[in-house]
Design a protein. Sequence first.
Length: 399
Amino acid sequence: MNLDSKTWFYDELASLFRKKDEEDKARLKKMQRQVDAKFGIANTKSFVFSHVSPSFGEVIEIPFRCPDFYKPYAEMDLDNFTGAIQFRRNFARAHPFLIGPATLESLLDKPVDNYDYITTGKLPFNPLFFEFAENVSATIPHVKRSEVSLQGVYLCGNNKSGSMNYVFTSFWKDKEGEIMSIDLFMSDPRSKFFRGQVNHLSRSNFDLDNQKLDKNRYQFIIDINKDRLWIAQSAKKEAALGHALYRKATELVDFNELFDKEVSLSSVPHSAIDIVPSLSTNLINYINAHNMTIATRNRPGTPTYHPERPVETKPYSFVEVRDESYDEPKNHHKGQILTYQLAVRGHNRKLRDENMQIKKIIWIAPYTKGPEGAPFYDTRHEVTAKKIWAEKALFANIY
């Protein structure tokens, strides 16, 4: 793949978000007209709604008018608008990283061995966006087209009261090419209890005329200790859950009043919800490894989105691995001369001093060993080797 001719998912999202901005402007005008028609302009009072924390990005203010008794209901809707608008503007600030197929494979199922960087908010950029050169297949529970592939992950940290709160937003495509997102709101990737939301980004999630939600959208709460996923998927139940969250209820007492479905987490194979926190943590650790250098390059492509700033082409970054070393010759394996090839996934290596204390951690990039042209040890090694070669070809012109 040539990076100059690559179709960037980041640009696809930026174009989609421009359309969403126009949709929200139209929906806000329609919402105001409906309130005016219902109560009469003379019976309304003007106010400016502003509810989004500035530490997650720009503060969004929306002027609106309605009767005083209706204001709490209007504020719930306006809170959704401001949150969506702020997310899109924050996305425009995100620094994109391109992750190659071999590195992704190495980090995808790797157990997280260090949460220090992410719990202390040591992100290389905030917010940031990971775009993957190869997609990951997964399943989104309880949507019409549940088989999807991972395209990218947006990560934003908010330092609130001395502790970090995170938004992990993963972007997926179904077999028809429709884009969906999963927002996870948690204080720590190890969280056992957290909330989230599934959105169908390719089209509007809510029909104001018919008061119906798109079937590819819902809010949810997860309790890992109880192996439960609670889903609010109808307009009435989602409104009840949204009202409880808006009131900042610390405990959701009556789940029957707030949710439509209760699902066992373990019953969902390859759940898209499970993948993102650990993968994002591994990616942060990967970028922060001691022998890494972040290399940034300008690129051709679609100018990036921001509703109130001049357009510009967004640069991308990749991770340049240095100080690579191998303990054994490439044609040896456990003291034996290899007659086949092996593919070695990327991994951390801990270098210790004479007292066996860790003095340095380095990342060993994915590589192949064994005689060139020899058959591979098994199919798994051959598949991994192809990903390694693809990643090297991908970055060949910029290393």
